[in-house]
Design a protein around this ligand. Structure first.
Ligand code: BGC
Length: 675
């Protein structure tokens, strides 16, 4: 049997959101526009008058075409617009493995964006977390392309109830320090299978815009990359929306960019002003390229109601009670229980007192404060505040410093349990803006934080560490000394409450790692932050550790619970490409399990990962309850990129199907024959 090429038309039809009514309307508008008016659609414009904190493109008053008003939104609507709800960061939301929740977050964020006058939300970030050192790791959903696609599409579906979403940054943007210059090189197969599938899913979900990345891919800036923009995004995938550049240093020319398919230069016209008008007049940029860009922009303005004037959203929706509840739900579902030697949950009735330790205890840690994801909620709950609010009759002491005095040690010794809040902040990682850097080259905690954990653990046998941060943190120096460990990420404005609920058992932890936690940097591919050319290999994340046969500290998909789950009754239906399994709560408290489906490719004639994630399902179970989870396998997730024929192919081999609770705990095994 020969390998079969996959039809790309599925993607084409889904990504293509053209309706004849809209097409007629925008064609008629275009016919009335001068060249100057067309080019004016294609660039940002500094705002005059009262600054509303959004990025504008010009209004066309003659033809009554409103401009775009764009705002950032990976964790909440940008601080530039004033107060807004701060949701847990992207990595945290990746840890929820809950697309339904992500859709509701996208919708909530878009309501707040619209209440602030925006009609474009510059989110979601769906770059592959190739390495946890990336400064913007916190903004994306994790390392797995399948999960990125599913979560990103969910956000888009929610956000696009109200505004245009923008999937960013297209593509292979995963280094911060040299993001403006770095040339990310990789072979076509790696590009197609690892760095692009989630963007294709975003297009299939109908995303209205895509932001090109700052970096180069294989020698060409993403904003002038014909292969990425013209051939793949707009050609093969049939994307009918518009592409805007990343800000300021994201556009490099008035000719190569419009010819490649960059439709809008943001935030101002450096190239897409007079220079572009001249280039069009001289024919160095064909008028057809300008028309295509303007049609794409008008199409989205029509589809999203912008041409007709979007009705305002009431500002009372900003930071509403419902959005607080959503931020809390996300933070609760995002917390990952990484270690529990019978220390958690903390028993309020028996412990008498608890000491909370560390300089981060009183900080509502929202992650990046300088970069584009920074959000400014009116109030955010710190871990200490949350713990105090949930402590009941327990006495809560605070040791706020990391270097413990003799008196501090005595306080820690006397406490029924110690909770150490440690991890990363805005000072350790973030977007390369005012900082001039962003990547985190050392994955461990600071020396002072390590010493603090060790000192507390030596003084109190019931020590629980709560980590905050945007991606993997290495824990080798101290993990064996502490019986309890939670990963809380940057948990958003309700984070402190969620941390407290999990610590006291009011909420059963259910998050799973969307990124591999290695023992050390050598378990990962090299991360090069200081060169203008880097080579990306085919493997990263769990695929890399699986291939190299090492065992990470905490594998992708891992997370414990206060209850236990059993998996059985695997059923594979090859003709329908479906897999199902039964999950039973075998413990004594209610909880959520995230069942995960992986496939392997035994007998493949090409190099394939040991396993790849192709499905997941969050299921809530009462003690003793069992439910069947079902997965529908998308053939595009089984395919490999065949370089010789330049097409995706599904091999006629029996695939190894495994189901379980993490990438390294897969009790059920079966076979699936793709058809
Ligand atoms: C970031 C984008 C962001 C833009 C506007 C850029 O520096 O890379 O993610 O949307 O600024 O704030």
């Amino acid at each position: 049997m020969r390998a079969r090429a996959l039809p790309i038309t599925i993607a084409l039809s889904l990504g293509c959101t053209r309706s004849s009514g809209i097409e007629d309307r925008i064609a008629a508008l275009l016919a009335r526009m001068s060249l100057e008016e067309k080019v004016a659609e294609m660039h940002g414009q500094a705002q005059t008058g009262t600054f509303d904190g959004t990025y504008h493109t010009p209004d066309n008053t003659r033809l009554a075409i409103p401009g775009f008003h764009m705002t950032d939104g990976s964790m909440g609507v940008s601080q530039g617009t004033g107060h807004a709800s701060a949701f847990p960061c992207g990595a945290a939301r990746g840890a929820t493995f809950d697309p339904d929740l992500e859709q509701r977050i996208g919708e909530a964020m878009s309501r707040e964006a619209r209440a602030k006058g925006a009609n474009v939300l510059l989110a979601p970030v769906i770059n592959v977390l190739r390495h946890p050192s990336w400064g913007r790791a916190q903004e994306t959903y994790g390392e797995d392309p399948y999960e990125l696609g599913v979560m990103g599409s969910a956000f888009i579906r929610g956000a696009q109830q109200n505004v245009i979403a923008s999937a960013k940054h297209f593509a292979a943007n995963s280094i911060e320090d040299r993001r403006f210059t770095v040339d990310v090189r990789m072979d076509e197969r790696t590009l197609r299978e690892v760095y692009l599938p989630h963007f294709r899913r975003a297009v299939e979900a109908g995303v209205g815009s895509v932001m090109s990345a700052y970096n180069k891919v294989n020698g060409f800036y993403c904003s002038e990359n014909v292969h990425l923009l013209h051939d793949i995004l707009k050609g093969e995938w049939g994307f009918s929306g518009f592409v805007e550049s990343d800000w300021v240093l994201g556009t490099h020319s008035a000719t190569a960019s419009p010819r490649a398919g960059l439709d809008i230069e943001m935030p101002e016209a450096i190239y897409y002003g007079d220079e572009l008008i001249q280039a069009a007049q001289q024919g160095t940029v064909p008028i057809s390229a300008i028309d295509d860009a303007v049609l794409r922009i008008l199409r989205m303005k029509a589809r999203f109601g912008i041409l007709d004037g979007l009705p305002p959203v009431d500002p009372s929706e900003i930071e509403s009670t419902a959005h607080h509840a959503l931020a809390l739900e996300a933070a609760e579902k995002a917390i990952v229980l990484l270690k529990n030697d019978r220390v958690l949950p903390l028993d309020r009735a028996r412990l008498g007192s608890v000491v909370v330790v560390g300089p981060l205890a009183s900080l509502a840690n929202l992650g990046d404060e300088l970069g584009s994801p920074a959000v400014d909620p009116s109030h955010a709950v710190s871990p200490l505040e949350g713990i105090m609010a949930h402590a009941g009759a327990l006495r809560i002491d605070l040791v706020a410093n990391s270097t413990l005095s003799a008196a501090d040690v005595a306080t820690v010794q006397a406490a029924g349990a110690a909770i150490v809040i440690a991890g990363l902040t805005d000072k350790d990682e973030g977007e390369n803006t005012l900082r001039g850097w962003g990547d985190r080259l050392n994955l461990g905690l600071s020396k002072s934080a390590i010493a603090m954990i060790q000192a507390v653990a030596a003084a109190n046998a019931r020590t629980v560490v709560v980590l905050e941060g945007g991606s993997a943190i290495t824990v080798e120096e101290w993990i064996d000394q502490v019986p309890g460990l939670l990963m809380a990420w940057y948990p958003g404005m309700e984070g402190g409450n969620a941390i407290a609920e999990v610590l006291f058992g009011d909420v059963n932890p259910s998050g799973k790692l969307p990124v591999t936690f290695p023992r050390s940097l050598d378990q990962l591919p090299p991360f090069v932050a200081n060169q203008d050319e880097v080579q990306y290999g085919y493997y990263h994340g769990y695929r890399y550790v699986d291939q190299s046969g090492t065992s990470p500290r905490f594998p992708f998909g891992f997370g414990l619970s206060y209850t236990s789950f059993a998996f059985d009754q695997l059923a594979v239906d090859s003709s329908a490409s479906t897999v199902s399994a039964r999950v039973t709560n075998t413990g004594t408290v209610a909880g959520d399990e995230i069942a995960q489906l992986y496939v392997g490719f035994p007998g493949s004639k090409v190099d394939r990962p040991v396993r790849v994630l192709v499905g997941f399902s969050r299921v809530h179970l009462m003690p003793g309850e069992a439910k069947t989870v079902s997965f529908s396998v998308d053939p595009s997730d089984l395919a490999y990129w065949d370089t010789a024929s330049a097409a995706f192919k599904v091999e006629p081999i029996e695939l190894a199907v495994t189901v379980g609770s993490s990438s390294r705990d897969l009790p059920l095994a079966g076979k699936l024959a793709p058809h």
